[in-house]
Design a protein around this ligand. Structure first.
Ligand code: PLP
Length: 418
């Protein structure tokens, strides 16, 4: 197989960023990388030792003094999580809301836009299943006009078609997943941002699979809203996530169900909503998880997002190229796609069976069925793909083992069919 970019912490900073990811160091800081060959960062990545220690330490704090008292003690550290999240995506702290998942962010922010009869929503084919189900519910129950954006031969949003669609009607809410759950595809998010701005629309970016993976900057992209989750490429604990809401649209976005966390009940029939993005937060939250999220973001910033993106994209291309050479294996996105999500099918072997056979050899990945992406997999007539998603703790041995196992499965199938 083509060589995966390797680690060397002693590499001079002047070398290409791909040389500056210290894979051995990342592995030393990641207990799970010693037990398993984990290719499921797009599901839930392996957290670092420091992230886990931070969570456990806070649970012990709660055990010894009580949850509210423990939260008061770490309040300045929680404030720092907003600053870190803002720095990571080029935003301001007041534009960040800490949430429990990306789906919560997408739901509460879309509802805050109050799309009703006649409102237009244009969604990319890369849209995540739960968000698509919400959009279809709004279309069915509120008569919202839901349009699925056309794609080009590469399955990315067709920019010329989008421009024509935007020009042909009232301003629309445009919602796009930076990377989908069902392939390694990377949407042209900044170009979409420019088009939405030019036509006076509202741009919601689902960056669940990109934050921590690609160097993501809200000003460059020009989105009004970005949501992401903690547990995937950020390597934070489960049950964490955050949203960015641009300060110039905050006033337009009132929560449909204000929570005591960021709303004050000021009189018998009146209340005031917080002026920051925190208006979408809830009182109850896993403080331990949020502290862990802060550590994970700091580690991502310390590693450097441009270097991380370059390394992960090179690793994704390299893995695709290697799988593409295996007889009986079809890579289901272009081999040179610049991301660390790699999807493929093995002729005559169900995706779930490939996953089980790999798991028996301690190689962990998942299958993604069409029921998780009818607008993408369903549209392509693919029942399910096998998805391998790489992170900086995957070394050459992991990659070689994955390719070898898939080669064995494909060979066994050919032998069985002969
Ligand atoms: C593209 C995309 N968006 C949104 C989500 C939902 O994230 P969460 O489970 O944190 O709500 C996922 C989860 O896999 C995803 O892949």
């Amino acid at each position: 197989m083509n060589s995966i970019p390797t680690a060397d912490s002693s590499s001079p900073a002047s070398e290409a960023p791909s040389r500056r990811i210290d894979v051995a160091g990342e592995r030393a800081q990641t207990t799970g990388s010693r037990n398993t060959r984990h290719f499921n960062a797009a599901g839930s990545a392996l957290p670092s030792i420091d992230v886990v220690a931070t969570v456990v330490e806070h649970l012990r704090r709660e055990e010894s003094m009580g949850g509210y008292e423990a939260a008061a003690e770490v309040r300045p550290r929680i404030e720092a999580v907003y600053d870190a999240a803002a720095r990571l995506i080029g935003a301001e702290s007041r534009e960040i809301a800490l949430l429990d998942s990306a789906s919560t962010g997408l739901r509460v922010i879309l509802d805050a836009l109050r799309p009703r009869e006649g409102a237009r929503v244009i969604a990319s084919r890369s849209t995540y299943v739960s968000h698509a189900l919400h959009l279809m519910t709004l279309a069915r129950e509120e008569n919202v006009r839901l349009e699925i954006a056309s794609v080009g031969a590469d399955r990315r949003v067709d920019l010329e078609a989008l421009e024509r669609t935007l020009a042909d009607g009232p301003p629309a809410i445009v919602t796009v997943a930076h990377l989908p759950t069902s392939s390694g595809l990377v949407e042209p998010v900044a170009e979409i941002g420019a088009l939405v701005r030019a036509h006076g629309g509202f741009y919601v970016l689902d960056a669940t699979q990109s934050v921590g993976h690609l160097d993501t900057d809200v000003a460059e992209i020009g989105c009004d809203v970005l949501v992401t989750t903690g547990r995937k490429f950020l390597r934070a604990p489960r049950g964490t996530g955050f949203a960015y809401i641009a300060s110039d649209v905050l006033d337009r976005l009132l929560p449909t169900a204000p929570d005591v966390r960021a709303s004050q009940w000021t009189a018998e029939g009146d209340w005031q909503v917080d002026g920051s993005a925190r208006r979408f937060e809830t009182w109850e939250a896993a403080i331990a998880g949020r502290l862990g999220l802060g550590v994970a973001i700091d580690q991502a910033l310390g590693r450097g997002m441009p270097a991380t993106e370059e390394w992960l994209s090179a690793a994704g291309r390299s893995l695709r190229a290697a799988l593409d050479e295996v007889d009986g294996v079809t890579v289901t996105e272009p081999v040179d796609t610049a991301s660390a999500i790699v999807t493929f099918v093995v002729d005559g072997v169900e995706a779930g069976e490939v996953v089980s056979e790999l798991a028996a050899r301690r190689v962990r990945l998942v299958s993604v069925p069409a029921t998780h992406g009818q607008w993408d997999l369903g549209d392509r007539g693919i029942q399910a793909v096998v998805r391998a998603s790489i992170h900086v703790y995957n070394d050459e041995n992991d990659m070689a083992a994955l390719v070898e196992c898939v080669t064995d499965i494909a060979r066994a199938r050919r032998a069985g069919a002969a």
